[in-house]
Structures are given as C-alpha cells and as structure tokens.
Design a protein around this ligand. Sequence first.
Ligand SMILES: Nc1ncnc2c1ncn2[C@@H]1O[C@H](COP(=O)(O)OP(=O)(O)OP(=O)(O)O)[C@@H](O)[C@H]1O
Length: 539
Amino acid sequence: TFSCTLTVRRNEAANWLRRTVGVVCAKNLAEEPSEEEFRVGLRNGIILCNAVNKIQPGTVPKVVEVHSVSTIPSDGSALCAYQYFENVRNFLTGLQDLGLPTFEVSDLEKGGQGVRVVDCVLALKSFAETKKLGKQSLFKHGGIVKPSMSAKCSVRKNEPFMKAMTRSHSAELLRDGVSPEQTLGLDCSLEPAETITSDSIRMLVQTIISDKKPEEVPLLVESLLSKVIHEFERRMANQNDLVKYTIDPNDSSSLSKTESSDTPQEMEATSTSDHGKMDDEDHNSVGSTGDVSAAGLVNGDSVAKEIQAMADIHFELQKKQIQDMKSNICTVKSGIEQFKLQYSEDLAKLGNHLRTISHAASGYHKVLEENRKLYNQIQDLRGNIRVYCRVRPFLPGKVSSSSSVAGIEDRTITLMTSSKQGKDARKSFTFNRVFGPLATQAEVFVDMQPLVRSVLDGYNVCIFAYGQTGSGKTFTMSGPKILTEEGLGVNYRALNDLFDIQAQRRDTFCYEISVQMMEIYNEQVRDLLHSGPNKKDSK
Ligand SMILES: Nc1ncnc2c1ncn2[C@@H]1O[C@H](COP(=O)(O)OP(=O)(O)OP(=O)(O)O)[C@@H](O)[C@H]1O
C-alpha cells in the first residue's frame, strides 16, 4: 500500500509537470515514470525550473537549457553538470521564496530521497492550483509545506493558536527595527526563510480578503481557519497512517501506540478548543490569524515529516536486517541440505559395509561350525575313551637294573615278570600311546590338547590319572613339587589352553569358566579349593 501510494503520487507529479511545461520540454519525463526515471528526468532541473516559471514567472531568472538531445547521456548527467546543479539550486531557491517545501540537491542523485522531490512537485502543483483559483478558493496548497521549520516554532498541544502567536518576540523585533507586519510571523518569523514563508501566506490571505467587506472578514477568517484546521487534521491523519504503515504494517502494538498519541479525535478536540478560543479573542488581526494557522500547519507537517523520515530510516534498517537474516537462513539451509546429503551418503555406505560384514560373519560362522563338527568327528574317530601309559623314571637312589619294563614302543609296553618263566615271563600291553621315562610334560599334554578344544565346543571331557602310590599321577597332572614352566602338568596346561582359546574367540563367543578341585581318597571326597578348617566331606 505504501509503495502504491508513492507511485500514485509520483505519477501525479510527473503528469502535472508534463502538462505544465509541455510535451516537448517534458520529453525526458514519462507519464508514469519509475523512481529512477523520475529522478533522471528531473535531474538537470530544466523541467522543474520551467514549471515554476510557468506558475510564478521569473522565479528562476535563467534556466540552463540543452539544445541538443544527443548531449544528454542516458543517466541524466550532462557534460556541464555544474550548470544543471545551478538549475536545481535556482529552482530550490525559488521554491523557498514562494514558501514551498524544498528538497536536497542530492535527492535527485542515485540513492537520494525521491519522495521529497515528489512532495515538492505536488506542493508546487497545489500552489499553482490555488493561484489559479485565486480569490474563489481557500488555501489548499501546502499539503506538504516547507518542512524546515525549527523546533522553536512548534505550537504546544492544547495551547490556543492565538496564544502561541502572541508568545512572540514582537517587542524585540520592534526594538530591532522590524515592522509590525513582519512581527506577524512571530516565533516562526525569526529566520529569514521562515519570514518569506509567512509573507507568502500573508499575501495569499490578503489576496483572498482584499475585495471583501470588513463585516465579511471575520466570517471569512473563521471559514478559512476551519478549512485550514480540517486540512491540517486530514494531512496529520494521512501522515499517521503512513508512519504507522512504515514502522510496521503488521505490528498492532505500534499501531495502537501511534493512535493513542495522535488520534484524529484528539486533534479535533485540540483544534476545536483552539478555534473556540480564537473566536473569543481578537479577530482584528486577520493577517496574523492566517499566519498562525499556516505556522501550525507548517509545524505539524514538519513534525510529521521528521517522524516519517525517522520511520523511513528505521524501515530501511529493518529491511536490510531482514534481508541479511534471509540470506543467512539461505546459507544455513543450504549447509543443512548439504550435510543431510553427505549424511545419507555416509549412511548408505555404512549400510553396504555392514551388509558385507554380516555376510562375511555368517559365512565365518558357517565355516566355524563345519570346522567344529569335523574336528570333533576326528576326536571321536580317535576314540572317545583314550588310555595312555606313562613310565616314571627311577627315583634317585633306586637301581635301574631292577626295572620290570622289557620294552616300550609307540603304543605298546612289554613287562617282564622275573618270577615266571618262558612265555609267561613277558607280557605286552597296548594303549593309545605309551610315554617312556624320558617323556616331557609337554609331550604328554600334546595328545590331550585337542580334547581341551572340544570342551569349548560343548563336549564333556574328563582327564584323570590312575596308578599305584608313587607312580607319578600327581607329577603328570600337576607337576613336580618345585614348579617350573617346563614342569607344568596337564591341569595347568589345559587351563592355560582354555583361557587362550577363550581370548582368541572373544569377539565371537562369550565363555564362562569355573573350576572345581576334588580328591577322592579312601572313599572320601574332598574339596581341595575349600579354605575352611574342615576339608573333609562326609559324602
Ligand atoms: N615322570 C617323572 N619324572 C620324574 N620324576 C617323577 C616322575 N613321575 C613321578 N616322579 C616323582 O616320583 C615321586 C612320586 O610321584 P607322585 O607323588 O606323583 O606319585 P603319586 O602317584 O601321586 O603318589 P600318591 O598316590 O601316593 O600320591 C615324586 O617324587 C615325583 O617327583
């Protein structure tokens, strides 16, 4: 809505300029120009100067014209830019003389406030229309009147216009040689430019009342004032709407805030009371009444313009921040998208790896199972019950010639009985294996080792030693009294193997190992790991 309003106002300004200066002069200004076209079209000041001269001949004494179209570059800048600057400057000075709002020369440059130029042209248009209507029309121009009034010109809320007017420096001005007419500008008349404004307004008022009878003047002034106030209120309301929209079109809190401070009703109340008081007060100073009303109008517009300018800046800042945030969000979004893409790719790769590994693992388990079966099959084939024979060497001090062992082969041992003769004197026995006196602990264990692995494959295995006292059972199963690495018996070696295999298969299997040590002696079962005083079991 805001930009739409701006466009409508710009088009209105452009059309009026085109009508005023003629199609030939306004050839560089389109009927419905964009902001850029409007700026470029007016940049050399020719259209503006010619327009103001049409309204008020002689306002700009000398306009620098361009005769050759080809000398105008597309961006509106010319070779003699300083001359154009001169045009614009003269135009602005002329406007000041007429008491109309002006703009900065830089507003016609790129990035300038084009809206101020539009306001200025529309004010000139209103001025022209007022002038054209002359005495039949009341003061209508100045919708956006000179905005450069100083803060000291402001009329306090609820303070009657007349009072504000009489709060003047008239005494000082008279003392300084200023005429009483000049003092009618009052507070606002201290600066030269503002004096000019007051003069032009005064002129306008005087033009209106010049042919009126004295008794008609109060009525006319009243009517004039009521029109001015009405116009003032309307414009303030417009400005409020504009500001409200500019600050934040969606922010209801800011809307209500603005409404609460400057509602039309409040303004009406203020102006009505002012009006009433003015009626009660002096009517004889027609010129001053017009001036004060105009001053109030100028002042109100000035404040509204300042608010609008601040709102514009605020709005631009917010717009920039939002744009920055938008671009940041875009960056973060694309980053997240990229991350998601990367993540899904990695996940897919991981899935493939996992499938391969699980496939390999299932294959491994199959192979392992097969291997286990075959292995235990071999153990079965070798015999579920295996009997080994170990011959203890002679103990130190014993005579070796008294040995009853006649011969030892791999699986056979031959014994000789000295009390018997002939064939009965020698007897041979066959075992799974026969170990001679020189067999080491390690050699004895090698034959038993495969059975230990069968235990971990779920088979029950029992290894025990049998023989008469002193034959070497303890030596074979546990080792000598003074234990060394080489002397470790079957028990130690079997347990070591169990723990080694358990460690090898740690990633695949979890084993729980527990040990019991029992002794059966003289029909008595004893728990050898029991640490209590009574090691004997009644069983
Ligand atoms: N193969 C061997 N080599 C060397 N010394 C051995 C061997 N076998 C047994 N001995 C020794 O023979 C002795 C008797 O052995 P051991 O105590 O093992 O017999 P045992 O069968 O356990 O007797 P018991 O039934 O009375 O307990 C021990 O001093 C032991 O060191």
